[in-house]
Design a protein around this ligand. Structure first.
Ligand code: 5AD
Ligand code: SF4
Length: 491
């Protein structure tokens, strides 16, 4: 490894880097091009470091979903490569917010923190601020930032995360705010560095974007059209991760059940799972998110027969009312959803089913809400994420009449939460006094004598143990259920 401070990029992707002429023009091949820019950016970081008389630091703040969490690891990977050191708060020299815009609240949080950063920046002449992620794909947001948040140095979107090094070079050369937003892309850039948050588990993008256009959702507008990665690229990435200590992967996509449809040689998600299952050394496979309309019998069969796929399926319901589901453009109705959920429970009896539910979609009546409660009672979810409908400009639902008054929504939300929590608590308890295999994830934050492990069905258990257990699978006796988690003991 070459010292990063000498302005060199580390050479772990040697076969790619050896072919790059760093003194010539930037290569056309995107992966090579980005390594070329990583070296250039490293030179700037080194110069700036010299001026500061210390190493420069970075801080990536992630908002939103698992997709964003994986993108944040890609950003961190590039920043580490070019010589920044990780910091754990906004006192860093390069602060980047990887934003979310799925609900209005997420946007408000970012504006609030940007206000605070303005004061921090005045005290640190080396500080630079970057913004990326879903919120940046909205033109009104970028306009507002240009006008009222002049202290931001770099803005890019969801389609060009891979381009961070090149954008940083532009930023270092420029006095002005650098903005690079792509409307859409069919590009998937492989083999760039990542800096994993956990040594033993990792998210893997298997596809990008979404074609479903649920009427309330902004994701298809900010993440673009659906495109799948080649299975061989996915397998190669997982094999490398396993060689580097990963035992659990989370396959990521907005709608994993439609994986492979855009490939030259189409492949189903179930087939991909079977290929991944063959990877030696990999112990657990998770995935997220499944759209009920595309969930196949083939997938249920593969899950039922698999030794590695975790006993957990996240199956967003959104609403239990067939009328509302139609307005939402979800393509299934109450009966179809219930049929599917029951089929899954029958085929995989120990599965944990979780869901997302939106309350207060335009026009939702008490009767519609009762349908949602009915599905919740019938499916008996192990856990449910409940959201208050948030109006997203540009989506069809935002233009719908009959927006539900806030007090009505709030009242339904509270009633729903009570119901799902009651069921979840009851469902969690059934494992009391059994022995379960868990993957140990971390030392407990409140009590350093305890570690926290995750069961296949996603439930957590805390038990006595040391940090040497992190990343290992252990058998644990679940002694006491504490609502949504367990206290256990190693067997
Ligand atoms: N308002 C509230 N919740 C939303 N979701 C997506 N869009 C909205 C919105 N406009 C929820 C859905 C989705 C989850 C990730 O976020 O339930 O499954
Ligand atoms: Fe949004 Fe629907 Fe796509 Fe999920 S499937 S990201 S809810 S449009």
């Amino acid at each position: 490894m070459i010292d990063k401070m000498k302005g060199e990029v580390m050479l772990e992707n040697k076969e790619i880097i050896d072919t790059i002429d760093f003194n010539g023009e930037a290569p056309a091949d995107e992966t090579k091009r980005q390594y070329y820019y990583m070296k250039k950016a490293a030179e700037y970081v080194e110069q700036e470091s010299k001026k500061a008389g210390r190493k420069l630091t970075y801080f990536v703040q992630n908002f939103g979903c698992q997709m964003n969490a994986r993108d944040a690891e890609k950003l961190a990977g590039i920043l580490e490569k070019i010589g920044y050191e990780e910091a754990f708060d906004e006192m860093a020299d390069f602060v980047i917010y990887n934003t979310c815009t799925v609900r209005e609240n997420a946007n408000l949080k970012v504006y609030g923190r940007l206000g605070y950063l303005s004061g921090v920046k005045k005290k640190n002449p080396h500080m630079r601020i970057g913004l990326c992620g879903c919120m940046m794909q909205e033109p009104e947001v970028v306009e507002k930032l240009k006008k009222s948040y002049r202290h931001v140095d770099l803005i890019f979107g969801t389609h060009n995360v891979f381009k961070l090094a090149e954008l940083l070079v532009t930023m270092f050369q420029s006095e002005r705010m650098v903005i690079d937003i792509w409307k859409d892309t069919d590009k998937i850039v492989e083999d760039l560095p990542t800096e994993r948050k956990y040594q033993f588990k990792s998210g893997i993008n298997i596809m990008f974007g979404c074609n479903n256009f649920c009427s309330y959702c902004i994701v298809p507008y900010v993440r673009g059209r659906e495109r799948s990665r080649h299975p061989k690229d996915i397998i190669r990435e997982i094999e490398r991760l396993v060689a580097d200590g990963v035992v659990e992967v989370m396959l990521l996509g907005q709608n994993v059940n439609s994986y492979g449809k855009t490939l030259e040689e189409p492949m189903t998600f179930a087939q991909l799972l079977q290929e991944i299952e063959k990877i030696e050394g990999l112990k657990r496979i998770r995935f997220m998110t499944s759209h009920p309309k595309d969930l196949s019998d083939e997938l249920i069969k593969v899950m039922a027969n698999s030794k590695k796929i975790c006993k957990h399926l996240h199956l967003p319901l959104q609403s239990g009312s067939s009328r509302v589901l139609k307005e939402m453009n979800r393509v299934y109705d109450k009966e179809k959803y219930l049929e599917l959920a029951m089929k899954i429970r029958e085929a995989i009896p120990d599965i944990s089913l979780t869901t997302d539910i939106i309350i207060g979609f335009p026009g939702e009546t008490e009767e519609d809400f009762q349908d949602t409660l009915d599905v919740v009672r019938k499916v008996q979810y192990e856990n449910a994420f409940t959201f208050i409908y948030s109006k997203r400009t540009g989506t069809p639902a935002a233009a719908m009449e009959n927006q539900v008054p806030e007090d009505v929504t709030k009242d339904r939300f509270d009633r729903l939460l009570k119901e799902v929590q009651g069921i979840a608590r009851k469902k969690s308890m059934i494992f009391e006094d059994t022995v379960q295999e868990v993957l140990v994830e971390e030392v407990n934050e409140q009590d350093a004598e305890l570690v926290t492990g995750r069961m296949s069905n996603n439930l957590l258990v805390h038990f006595k143990g040391g940090k040497e257990l992190i990343g290992t699978l252990q058998k644990v006796h679940l002694k006491e259920c504490k609502g949504f988690y367990y206290i256990g003991e190693l067997v």
